[in-house]
Ligand binder design. Sequence first.
Ligand code: 6CS
Length: 297
Amino acid sequence: MRNMTYFSNKIKKYSFILGISFSFLYFIHSADCQANGESRPTRLEKLQKRGYVRIGLSNEPPWTVIDADGQVGGTGPDLTHAVFQRMGVSELQGVLSTFGGLIPGLLAGRSDAISSGLFIQPGRCQAVAFSEPDLCDREAFLMKKGMPLALKTYRDLATNSSLHVGVPAGGTEEREALAAGVPASRLVPVPDGPSGMIMLLAGRIQVYSLPASSAQHLVDLWRGQNFSLVTVEDAPVMCAGTAFSPNAVDLRNAYDRVLAKLKADGTYDRILRAHGFDPSLARGHTREEFCRGKESL
Ligand code: 6CS
């Protein structure tokens, strides 16, 4: 018994001495690195060295577009690409996801940022670090032509109890509809635009609620099928930002600095106009306002 205690004390003593020695060596090494001007690379430096940035996105033209050959484009990715190119990261790779899977994918490290028209909202600001606002839009309702009801607001959807309303799965429209009093039992999650159109045609839903630019794109794509589009009157203009992991605020800040330069030199306006977005909407508004829960622009 005495031997056991003797050896245990010895082990404790030598562990303590070893611990102190390693800490000292680490301290000397760190001080040496600092003295030689070496420090741990920043997230941006790591991306610059790797040569590409991975962007989480859903396929929702004109916010995001994925060609038949897998090429990534659309307003968000084109803008994000321009920003990262100025930051010294030349290539942009897309990581396709459902809308609801974008934030979990970012937090799990499957992407370096989300550029998919993710609206800046108080709840999301708790989970990710948004850039300053980039793309803004109104909300719209898509319906088959000939809909006998005059539907202009989410409140109209709440009061017409026969309606089933399609909403992007994991998107803001579900939150807006619930807030206006539409019961969850009448909300139908829609995985993507074409599915929403088929659900409208089949009568599974009578209204499809989504951002106006996405709705217009679908109407153009399905022209001849007699869909009508209404701009929602009781929903604010929403603004999206590029989202980063909460551990990557340094990268987000570097991104914001370049985004501000592109807003000033005309590049931002050119990219947004090329995709039919209004560049004036985000101007003068901040992430801070939307994270606080700004009601309307
Ligand atoms: O951020 C959102 O919740 C929404 N943004 C877009 C571009 N489409 C779906 C979703 O509603």
